[in-house]
Ligand binder design. Structure first.
Ligand code: TXA
Ligand code: MG
Length: 358
């Protein structure tokens, strides 16, 4: 039986935090809110707790976990040979949605790092998360609190859908702020390399530490080169329906998707459409969802996973999505959308042209 405790971040009930902290100390699992997505917490220094995490998520155990800390001193316990830039990064972006890859210290078990000699560390800003980390001894490993292969949870209800009955407690702190997982920056290479794009963008990082590179497997086409973050190789965030990204300018995209939805409706297929505030009224067939205005990428980021889950519940056969700008946080949005689509995309112009010849 899973206990769900509602917590108001502005008025945190410490009884719930202490109860959750004691579950973690005893080697159990607790799901909790962070500013990015909900995490499935465990004691990061306990190898057995890591095993439980992998079992609950159905996740391969070669996929390492991120250790969440609540103060910078904790970093020195779990990492060694910490490069000088880390201090600047921590000052600018912690607490916040930035995960750093560093050499691990011997106290971190290989069960937590998936056998690697490096460790991923992040200091979340969410107040419930911070209190929980402090109440549990200071080191909480937390993957996203979803079943492996489903979209990451952005509400406690999403966590319940995936993990009810499998974990003793969920702390419900309401909707998350950001909605996409943290930026992962590998500090063991020079220049540092982004392994997963997130709310802390390339430009923001370069402003603080200068040159930063980007793992080439993050964007663009399917490639044979394995990504550097083990977790990025899995077809994550996958909705049950086939998801296709339609690419072109906005006009072409809306015309193409409208046409595809019309054809599908005539053939009796149930279609979902990921539309933007600017285009949502243009569609005539299919189940249309407004992911937010193209002017506001933060809203798009926040709605993406919830919309994918809604389409799952409504059991659509296919989803067509408009494509979005890759600028700033758009890089993270398109990265997640492309992974959800398994890199399926079609040219809007080609669809529109085909129609003209009919
Ligand atoms: O925003 C987030 O980071 C959320 C919240 C809960 O904090 N957590 C999260 O964890 O997204 P997870 O387990 O879903 O993703 C962790 C990613 C995986 O892709 C994993 O392969 C990568 O981090 N990772 C962890 N340790 C690593 C390491 N030592 N080297 C390279 N990649 C690593
Ligand atoms: Mg995940």
């Amino acid at each position: 039986k899973t206990i769900i405790k509602k917590i108001d971040a502005n008025k945190i009930d410490m009884r719930f935090i202490l109860e959750a902290g004691s579950i973690l100390k005893k080697g159990g699992l607790v799901a909790f809110p962070t500013e990015t997505v909900y995490g499935l917490g465990a004691n990061a220094l306990d190898e057995e707790a890591a095993k439980k995490t992998y079992a609950a998520k159905g996740r391969p155990s070669d996929n390492p976990l991120i250790i969440h800390i609540a103060d910078v001193q904790a970093l020195e316990e779990i990492a060694v040979n910490i490069p000088a830039e880390v201090e600047d990064l921590a000052e600018h972006f912690w607490p916040g949605p930035l995960t750093l890859i560093l050499e691990k210290s011997p106290v971190v078990p290989y069960g937590t790092t998936g056998g690697l000699d490096t460790v991923a560390v992040r200091m979340p800003s969410n107040l419930v998360a911070r209190e929980l980390i402090l109440a549990s001894g200071g080191y909480v490993s937390a993957p996203s609190a979803n079943i492996s292969g489903r979209p990451s949870p952005t509400t406690a209800e999403h966590v319940r859908q995936d993990l009810e009955g499998k974990i003793p407690m969920i702390l419900d702190g309401g909707s998350v702020e950001i909605g996409l997982e943290s930026t992962i920056l590998d500090m063991t290479v020079s220049p540092p390399m982004i392994l997963r794009p997130g709310a802390i963008t390339l430009d923001m990082l370069e402003e603080v530490i200068g040159d930063v590179s980007v793992d080439q497997t993050i964007l663009g086409n399917e490639s044979d080169i394995p990504p550097k973050a083990p977790g990025m190789k899995y077809r994550h965030y996958a909705p049950k329906a086939k998801l296709v990204i339609v690419e072109g300018n906005i006009r072409e995209e809306t015309l193409a998707i409208r046409q595809l939805a019309y054809e599908a409706a005539r053939e009796g297929r149930k279609i979902g459409i990921i539309a933007s505030g600017e285009t949502v009224d243009f569609y005539t067939h299919g189940l249309v969802k407004n992911i937010g205005s193209r002017e506001n990428e933060k809203t798009i980021a926040k709605n993406l996973y919830a919309i994918l889950r809604e389409f799952d519940e409504e059991e659509v056969d296919e989803i067509y999505s408009e494509s979005f700008s890759r600028r700033g946080m758009g890089r993270a949005i398109m990265n997640r959308l492309e992974k959800a689509a398994g890199h399926l995309r079609i040219s809007a112009a080609a669809v529109v042209k085909r129609q003209r010849f009919h």
